[in-house]
Design a protein around this ligand. Structure first.
Ligand code: UD1
Ligand code: MG
Length: 467
């Protein structure tokens, strides 16, 4: 019964093996901090209580816990004296007599299904302790499960495991379910291990076994138990995480010819029938509708893309980019905090920030919304069917009316009414015959280019061509 479940998440370890200065459980996996993944599993299991165990001074982690799971309790383990001691610190918040599930903040790939299966086994077999076992490709650092049939007798930490146990027994994923009414007695009996001056949670198994209480283990997918103690293991976990998202999206009908080149965040949402071309990166907060196409080498974050819209190749959508149906965002276009209404286009080389672009408006290559004056951001409004000529600077705040046309190369500083034509650029000079005289003055190629002195300045090329 879900209401009787308490989940304890152990996260008081310093994570010194990560060597990064960042608390271990705040390292990112699919752009979420590790601990947020574990909190999400606890929430989906519908736990009556969630308790996160932290060490003193872990304020950043506490803030993250409050942000992603406001209902969770925070227990402070002061000082941290091992995994068994951490569970003792959480004791006061547990539902009396319910089932207790211990998850690890550094084991973020645990799925709801695997945790639920472990809980079922604990309850169905009337076990005092049920442990998640695994057979990972790299067994280094994990405790080993000493089994007798399907009964678990003992967990032996790697440094104490003898040859056979070390090489062939399943590894301890750490994730453990307890019959709550027996847990207190086991915790009270835990010995202080002299080699590390710690209380090991794993010792509860031998204690329960000695009392004649049943202990069991289920071997689950090793990825679920992948413990992160180093940057190497974090990168391994990221690979597993990305593969899982790819498989889930493909199974749901997202069209993705090279899934191994596409990267997702934990909250990426892509509807079936959307097309994702190779080498696309999704940051947090992206929603892609069915029938949208994200072309190769695009980077999206905090963006919504509606059906029929095409983004990229080589486009960047930043937070607040909202593309309505049939919008076109082409190569080297950046969109930030901007709404592009249905059918609007910016096909090449543009920056659209803090803007609203009306239906079917066309933004020419090289157009920039100059949204920042060095102190504040300002808005650009572009009406439906407006045509913004290439290389236009729209100096915000500014508004372009519906159906208005802006001549290429304009710097627009004042509002342009509906249906008006605005041109704001210096007039072209044409000096008849001047090319010929200029050429006559030309010095042989080995010497310097024709120059004209500029008052008080450096000589300037007349033609301005490049070589
Ligand atoms: C532990 C297990 C090992 C298992 C492995 C799985 C013990 C003694 N060993 O080893 O059998 O195979 O996990 O990954 O339990 N923590 C606290 N307070 C503490 C110490 C640790 O909250 O005082 C937390 C850590 O933040 C971490 C988790 O408990 O989230 C595990 O601690 P860690 O030091 O990583 O244990 P392992 O050496 O990996
Ligand atoms: Mg660990």
């Amino acid at each position: 019964m879900a209401s009787e479940l308490s989940v304890i998440i152990l996260a008081a370890g310093k994570g010194t093996r990560m060597r990064s200065g960042l608390p271990k459980v705040l390292h990112p996996l699919g752009d979420w901090p590790l601990i947020r993944h574990v909190l999400a599993v606890a929430t989906r299991l519908d736990a009556a209580r969630v308790v996160v165990v932290l060490a003193p001074g872990m304020e950043d982690v506490a803030s993250e816990v409050r942000r992603s799971a406001p209902h969770a309790h925070i227990a402070i383990q002061d000082p941290p004296l091992g995994t068994g001691h951490a569970v003792m610190a959480a004791r006061q918040w547990l539902v009396p007599r319910g089932t207790v599930l211990v998850l690890y903040g550094d084991t973020p790939l645990i799925t709801e299904a695997t945790a639920a299966a472990l809980l079922d086994q604990c309850r169905a077999r009337d076990a005092a302790v049920a442990v998640l076992g695994m057979e990972p490709p790299d067994r280094t650092g994990y405790g080993r499960l000493r089994m007798q049939g399907d009964e678990l007798w003992e967990i032996v930490e790697e440094r104490h495991a003898d040859g056979d146990l070390k090489s062939s027994a399943p590894c301890n994923a750490g994730i453990t379910a307890f019959a709550g009414e027996l847990l207190a007695e086991l915790l009270d009996a835990l010995p202080l291990r002299p080699e590390k001056q710690e209380y090991y949670l794993t010792d509860t198994v031998a204690l329960a076994h000695a009392r004649g209480w049943r202990c069991t283990a289920t071997v689950g997918p090793w990825e679920d138990g992948l413990g992160i103690n180093s940057q190497r293991q974090l990168a391994d976990a990221e690979r597993v995480f990305q593969d899982r998202v790819r498989e889930r999206l493909l199974a749901a009908g997202v069209i993705m010819p090279a899934p191994e080149t596409v990267f997702f965040s934990a909250d990426t949402s892509i509807a079936s029938g959307a097309v994702i071309e190779p080498n696309v990166v999704f940051g947090l907060g992206v929603n892609i509708a069915a029938g949208a196409r994200i072309r190769a080498f695009s980077h999206l974050e905090g963006a919504t893309v509606e059906t029929g819209a095409v983004v990229g190749p080589f486009a960047r959508l930043r937070p607040g980019a909202e593309l309505a149906s049939n919008v076109r965002i082409g190569n080297f276009v950046e969109v930030k905090s901007a709404v592009m209404r249905s059918g609007a286009k910016a096909n090449h080389l543009a920056y659209i920030g803090d803007a609203e672009v009306g239906e079917n408006a066309n933004i020419g290559a090289g157009t920039i919304t100059c949204n920042y004056d060095g102190a504040a951001k300002h808005k650009t409004m572009i009406g439906p069917d407006a045509f913004i000529g290439s290389n236009t600077a729209l100096v915000a705040p500014v508004s372009i009316g519906s159906g208005a046309i802006i001549g290429a190369g304009s710097t627009i500083t004042r509002d342009v009414p509906d249906e008006a034509l605005a041109v704001a650029r210096s007039r072209q000079q044409v000096l008849e015959g001047r090319a010929k005289s200029l050429r006559a003055r030309r010095i042989p190629k080995s010497a310097s280019r024709p120059v004209e002195p500029v008052a008080g300045g450096r000589p300037r090329s007349l033609t301005g061509s490049s070589e």
